[in-house]
Design a protein around this ligand. Structure first.
Ligand SMILES: *[C@@H]1O[C@H](CO)[C@@H](O)[C@H](O)[C@H]1NC(C)=O
Ligand SMILES: *[C@@H]1O[C@H](CO)[C@@H](O)[C@H](O)[C@H]1NC(C)=O
Length: 204
């Protein structure tokens, strides 16, 4: 009796556990207008007719209030009419790898509203399951206006460096002048303009 229950348990766990839908990456980060490839993998069984494959990939907004279909495969045939217009013309599925149990969805020209939870549900003759991943699309940062305030302190600090450098120069010039004065007190030949005192300083 216990044996039978155990057998039943292992059998049911086998039925539920053998068919899996994995995600290759659980979360994706991308920038607006860029492209991305979302990827899932599912258990395959040899000699399975392709018309027994059903895939439904949906995007859920972060508040989970809306769901939008981005990819639908019905009996092995793509049905673009189910696709939400948000994704219209922007989603391509790699059909070659589908036979190997891989769902590769290329989403192009990303928009910030594409951010959300992506869930792919796979139904076959031998099992069904789903896998989910998260995508967050950040706004493009290419506006020069937005960069200007952060750049502004730079010329100021540059000016400050110039000022300090100037102060250093005048200090050096003062030191040179002092040196000239000391020299001139012993030999009266060096009584010229400050420009030449610098020359003298560099020669020393
Ligand atoms: C799913 O992931 C598990 C654990 O990483 C792995 O053992 C299994 O082979 C994967 N299956 C598929 C179909 O990718
Ligand atoms: C994004 O994909 C589109 C078409 O799918 C392509 O024309 C474009 O060059 C791609 N852009 C980048 C940045 O890869």
């Amino acid at each position: 009796m216990i044996c039978c229950i155990l057998l039943l348990l292992t059998l049911t766990s086998c039925v539920c556990g053998t068919f899996v839908v994995n995600v290759t990456q659980s979360s994706y980060q991308a920038e607006e207008n860029h492209n991305i490839t979302l990827e899932w993998s599912f258990t395959t069984k040899p000699h399975t007719p392709s018309d027994s494959l059903y895939i439904l990939c949906e995007m859920f907004t972060d508040d989970l209030k809306a769901s939008k279909v981005l990819y639908h495969l019905h009996e092995g045939v793509e049905s673009p009419e189910s696709q939400d217009e948000q994704f219209s013309g922007r989603v391509q599925c790699d059909k070659d790898v589908l036979r190997e149990g891989r769902i590769r969805l290329h989403v192009s020209r990303l928009r910030t509203e594409d951010s959300g939870l992506y869930l792919c549900e796979v139904n076959t003759d031998y099992g069904a399951n789903f896998g989910k991943c998260r995508l967050s699309v950040s706004a493009a940062v290419d506006q020069p206006e937005t960069q200007r305030p952060t750049e502004r302190p730079e010329p100021e600090s540059y000016k400050r460096i110039l000022l300090y450098a100037g102060l250093g120069l005048t200090a050096a010039a003062a030191a040179a002048a002092l040196l000239v004065k000391l020299c001139c007190s012993s030999s009266p030949c060096f009584t010229k303009s400050p420009d030449e005192t610098v020359n003298l300083y560099s020669e020393v």
